[in-house]
Design a protein around this ligand. Sequence first.
Ligand code: PMP
Length: 398
Amino acid sequence: MTATVPPASPAARVATTGGSPIRAILAVTARPEVINFAGGLPAPELFDTDGIAAAFAHVLAENPRRALQYSTTEGEPALREALAARTTARSLPTTADDLLVTTGSQQALSLLATALVEPGDTVFVENPCYLAALQTFRFAGARVVPVPCDADGIDPDALDALVTAHRPKLLYTVPTFQNPTGRTLPADRRAAVAEVAARRGLWIVEDDPYGELRFEGDRVPWIAAHEGARDRTVLLGSFSKVMAPGLRLGWLRAPEELRRACAVAKQAADLHTPTVNQLAAARYLADSDLDAHVAKVAAEYGTRRDAMLAGLADALPDGSTWTRPEGGMFLWARLPDSGAYDSTALLSKAVEHEVAYVPGAPFHSAEPDPRTLRLCFVTQTPREIAEGLRRLGRALRG
Ligand code: PMP
């Protein structure tokens, strides 16, 4: 027997970035008895399974050899045309050529990190921030710096001041029904953020997977629609929350040079997004009324948000605060300053009572706030939400 030498360990960036704490929690909370407010799962009973199945059947019957063949990296023209029309109808003139289809919007984030971020570059994020975006930028070797935020989101003056100190390459933001807080950046702040980006030479990555899921209030225009930010904003979209996440269909709208760079990164990542899924989605958009479907889903999510708001005051200790989102899937709560509350430590007690949430600490890229937690209000029915909050109340009192 010759002596063997072990192969090398994974790259250092794997250990420094770490796995997603949410995926770890989901594993613990997978027992069916647990009422799980932790995952960010759209309500599966609301998927238009018949419509999606019909679209796949149609595409596979009509031209199976094409549907099952390799496709272009940029994406299927029929889908890009339909996405461009939907974007234009929402007051942002867009052509098919402005878009790159991605394998979920998560892929758009990693393509942007590959195409734009050099190791050591600074990336600005919201505080708190979508976890898998933190992971993606850290993987790319970025220095991730949180921008001060309040109940309305990014503070544009603080952003402006911070640019001088850090010289960031890009700002990543989820301005509408943010993950994890559910908050929405008001129109005047969007204009101010666009102005800062234009004046300071900053890219903006505007991630909008939840904007269509509005059940209250009026739509706020995209940052990408502001004149000064047009040449420097990348808008990300996704079918995950409005159609089905298993399709893994997202897209990015970016100025030409950066879009081409992302397409090169995508060639190296997966060549292209599955042809059959793209054609089925295009077929679905042609044959079904996605807007009517989304309106139905959003109305039900509004009912579920109300169920959660109705139970929170009894479930959380006096002095707790929480957001009241006008759409999307999440709300964000903060346990009171009085008392030694730590939502990470309290999670095991919650799971003993068969209810789960995500502790807020990992969503903070700098100093974590241990009193915060994220609750998803869309996966359970109102009755289950009420029961879950009763359990949470017992766990936090017990
Ligand atoms: N951005 C945000 C803010 C998200 O919350 C998510 C999913 N949780 C994604 C991007 C990724 O979504 P997908 O890849 O399914 O489009």
